[in-house]
Design a protein around this ligand. Structure first.
Ligand SMILES: [Zn+2]
Length: 258
């Protein structure tokens, strides 16, 4: 039975992923990755596109159109697909994901480690400060994986988006955030691969030099979609998504959902 990690790197441009993720590129050069890009849906904003990745529909269709819609559910998600097929999940993600899944407003003191067993999410660690370090978030994810051995691990670090808002999408601060994430990934991914997990790496949206995103420019829309299977191989797997709306179905199919 397949196991999968979905690493949704917040605010990672396609060209920044290509140019600064040296460890991931080492796997690519060795024929152990399938590297492609996606053009994200619009508006190129976080909350709408977390919903698109998880729900499989565009923002116009699922109705999450901005970052201010606190406590609004996005409809069914890939977690419903997995739960219906008896597959377990664990999540280390920003609190907006909690809100999209539950329809509740996130309360840090109440919800920090709230599992969502009705969605098959046996364990979770939610963060709410944008400067929560990627290194800590990946360690959170790894602790959940080791404790619960989920079939699906959803990991969502914020460091790239934070650096882009502070310094802009063509700054040394932004590229350094990508380099840092790559170094953490070089510690985590060999462990995931050794345990039989395939990795799908992507992002919600890109980042303009003006410190923002939301519009249709390629720097704001083009994001990586990289497949790093635990057994290696550079071929696109069956059902490889051509659009961001296809990620839900791809994950569900990889994990044996009808
Ligand atoms: Zn952002």
């Amino acid at each position: 039975m397949n196991k999968l990690v979905l690493l949704l790197v917040d605010g990672l441009r396609a060209d920044t992923a290509r140019d600064y993720l040296g460890y991931v590129q080492a796997l690519n050069e060795a024929g152990r990755a399938h590297w492609s890009n996606l053009r994200c849906e619009l508006p190129s904003l976080s909350r709408p596109l977390y919903a698109t990745v998880l729900n499989g529909r565009t923002p116009l269709d699922h109705g999450i159109l901005g970052n201010v819609q606190a406590g609004q559910r996005c409809g069914s998600t890939v977690f419903d697909d997995l739960a219906a097929a008896g597959r377990s999940s664990a999540v280390a993600a920003y609190h907006w994901v909690f809100e999209l899944l539950t329809g509740a407003v996130f309360d840090p003191l109440a919800h920090r480690e709230t599992a969502l067993p009705q969605l098959g999410i046996e364990a979770a660690r939610w963060y709410w400060e944008d400067d929560y370090p990627d290194s800590h978030l990946l360690a959170d994810a790894e602790a959940l994986r080791l404790a619960h051995a989920p079939d699906f691990l959803f990991v969502h670090p914020m460091g790239l988006d934070l650096a882009g808002h502070r310094h802009g999408g063509e700054s040394t601060g932004y590229s350094f955030a990508a380099r840092k994430l790559d170094m953490v990934l070089a510690q985590a991914l060999p462990r995931w691969h050794a345990a039989g997990y395939d990795l799908l790496l992507t992002s919600d949206h890109g980042m303009h030099a003006d410190h923002w995103h939301g519009g249709p420019l390629p720097v704001e829309r083009d994001v990586p979609l990289v497949w790093l299977p635990h057994q290696g191989g550079a071929e696109a797997p069956a059902g490889w998504p051509a659009t961001q709306t296809g990620i839900r179905g791809f994950v569900a199919q990889r994990l044996g959902c009808a």
